[in-house]
Design a protein around this ligand. Structure first.
Ligand code: ADP
Ligand code: MG
Length: 602
């Protein structure tokens, strides 16, 4: 369907690109211009009336109508009438008028009556960037079965949606949308969104397409990989064998063992080169150490320095921080980004570009520890393949509890006991400096107390230039670490068993979950205390009941409080008006199938 220039301009104003997007802009109400013989109070109705008298008061006009269709009088009231309104009412004229009718003890009035010329129809009213009548004409021009069919929407969906724009009596009588109509709107919303996403995905030829092997690596490990780790590795194996460059996001909770997937991918790519970028020096170091340990036959380089110039040509696997972006890099067949949520999109794209100068592209894998609901992952899969790792290799034993001021003594006892056992405590404060607004202590206020009562107290925060060093010193020598949420992701602290989060209700559930994930990473019994001044919080109560990041992602959606879940993953997540991420998995699945977005093998 070719749009005219005029129609195109209107689409632009509405911010839409297709007729199916136009279909989604449904009317917000209907006007029923059919003549009825029965008067319905509290409703907009049409009358066939003769004007008997017009009375002007300072701020209003009263009109006495004789309504022929009902057979009695109705008083019309115009408040603050504009001059053009008055011309509509001349004593003795008989016309059709429309307005809201109310009745009190037998006296019926119509507020703000206006003259209507085209009668006998139901007219949808639109609220959009266009005037309702302009929108009305546009929908009449473009919304029809054939045009929507051309966009490959299923017949049933088309019928449901058209019924909203071209209402029948039935639609009008049900003041609420039918179940079928709501489902059709959900479908349409997902269809439009996912279609846009899939159009954005560009397919490239890979530098290398091959079948990689991982058996020897898996067999050499001191533990068994979990089913989801294996499934993800197989996903990647299939990606590498395709004739398009892989673009996959691997999402797994903290501690779900994503590093093993990274290493398996590098192994499968051998003898071609792989590159891995991590957000911090400490993390890059850690990955480098693990790679050395589990991939003894590979030549592995660590790049954490922008200025060194030595050639990297001889290495199979180059691991580094964003310093990689400033170095001359040899061609690599696989590029990976760990903890991708901590990089800007720009940095990720830069890395991808740096490495593919020609037409062909390396395979690209990004790893994220921000769990997203399955439904959202499915939606995202319209433009990037997604693997989820929802389980962790071993169940962590962490007690989570909401605590209040009255629990502080017990908390101190707990902290002392843990320190005696050579375990470590992390206390997270909401702010560095004192604040008038917040009724919690800041780090500056609290440090004196902890330093006076405990030994080996370390302090850091987001803007602290030394924070990586402080964390390393704490890991080796500390008892208590006081900080802001900076330690969200980063180095492993094997002796950390307790996290206390002050003012927990101020943080998003996913942030709380990330903080809790720092604790008991080596199987020690762990504790997570959420300190709050709030008397009760359903959100925090639900949080302490579950340890799965994916459950928490769903809870975060449920409370929608933080909104930090959708940030960075799907900025437009909130643009969904009809779709419910928790409930509508099946509809997403259906849309995916209809859009042919599913890989052939599934
Ligand atoms: P993350 O997903 O947060 O990056 P890691 O890859 O760092 O998690 O794994 C956390 C810990 O679990 C590491 O010490 C790792 O060696 C270990 N690990 C990974 N996979 C398994 C497994 N299948 N069984 C037991 N331990 C595992
Ligand atoms: Mg990791």
């Amino acid at each position: 369907m070719q749009l005219t220039k005029e129609q195109e301009a209107k689409f632009k104003k509405l911010g839409i690109n297709s007729i199916s997007e136009l279909a989604l802009l449904i009317p917000h109400s209907y006007e029923d211009y059919r003549l009825q013989e029965k008067l319905i109070p509290h409703a907009n109705q049409l009358i066939d009336a003769t004007v008997e008298s017009v009375y002007r008061a300072p701020n209003s006009i009263q009109i006495t109508f004789f309504a022929h269709n009902f057979g009695h009088r109705v008083t019309g009231v115009l408040f603050r009438p504009k001059p053009y309104m008055m011309h509509q009412f001349k004593v003795g004229d008989r016309d059709y008028y429309y307005g809201m009718i109310e009745c009190k003890i037998g006296n019926c009035s119509m507020s703000m009556p206006r003259k209507v010329t085209s009668i006998g129809q139901i007219t949808p009213k639109y609220k959009s960037a266009l005037r309702s009548d302009v929108m009305f004409r546009l929908t009449r021009e473009l919304l029809n079965f054939e045009n929507l069919r051309e966009e490959r929407l299923p017949e049933k969906i088309i019928e449901e949606v058209l019924a909203l724009h071209f209402p029948t009596l039935e639609v009008l009588q049900n003041r609420e949308l039918s179940q079928e109509a709501v489902e059709a709107l959900k479908y349409l919303e997902l269809y439009n969104y996912m279609k846009q996403l899939s159009l954005k995905r560009r397919y490239f030829q890979p530098l290398v397409s091959k079948r990689g092997f991982y058996d020897a690596f898996v067999n050499s490990l001191p533990f068994q990989l979990t089913d989801e780790q294996l499934k993800t590795i197989q996903d990647i194996q299939k990606d590498f064998a395709k004739s398009v460059a892989a673009k996959r996001m691997i999402v797994g909770d903290v501690g779900s063992g994503k590093t093993m997937v990274i290493l398996a991918a590098a192994i499968m790519m051998m003898p071609q080169r792989s590159i891995l970028m991590a957000p911090t020096t400490i993390l890059a170091n850690q990955l480098y150490e693990e790679a050395l340990k589990y991939l003894p036959r590979m030549k592995i380089a660590l790049v954490a320095n922008k200025r060194k110039k030595a050639s990297l040509e001889e290495y199979d696997f180059i691991i580094g921080t964003h310093a990689l972006l400033y170095r001359e890099l040899p061609e690599a067949a696989l590029v990976m980004v760990d903890e991708q949520h901590r990089f800007g999109t720009q940095q990720r794209n830069m890395l991808e570009k740096l490495i593919s100068k020609g037409e062909k592209k390396p395979h690209f894998l990004q790893f994220s520890a921000t769990p997203i609901p399955r439904t959202l992952a499915m939606i995202e899969s319209a433009h990037i393949d997604v693997s989820l790792i929802t389980s962790t290799p071993y169940k962590k034993d962490i007690d989570s509890r909401v605590i209040h001021k009255s629990d502080f003594k017990d908390l101190l006892l707990h902290i002392k006991r843990e320190i005696e056992k050579k375990n470590q405590i992390l206390i997270v404060y909401p702010l560095v400096e004192q604040s008038e607004v917040l009724d919690y202590q800041s780090i500056d206020e609290a440090r004196e107390y902890w330093e006076r009562n405990f030994k080996n107290v370390y302090i850091t925060h987001g803007k602290d230039k030394e924070k990586e060093q402080v964390l390393l010193d704490f890991r080796d020598n500390g008892d208590i670490l006081i900080s802001t949420t900076v330690v969200e992701v980063g180095i492993s602290l094997p002796r950390l068993t307790t996290v206390v989060i002050v003012g927990a209700e101020r943080l998003g559930l996913s942030t709380l979950h990330q903080l809790r994930g720092r604790v008991s990473r080596t199987g020690l019994k762990g504790y997570c205390f959420l300190y709050t001044n709030q008397k009760s919080s359903e959100r925090l109560d639900e949080f302490v009941k579950t340890s799965s990041g994916f459950d928490i992602a769903n809870l975060d959606l449920k409370y929608r409080k933080s909104g930090d879940l959708l940030k960075g993953i799907n900025q437009s997540g909130s643009q969904f008006k009809w779709v419910d991420f928790i409930e509508d998995t099946q509809i997403v699945q259906k849309v995916k199938e209809d859009l042919l977005l599913l890989p052939k093998s599934d």
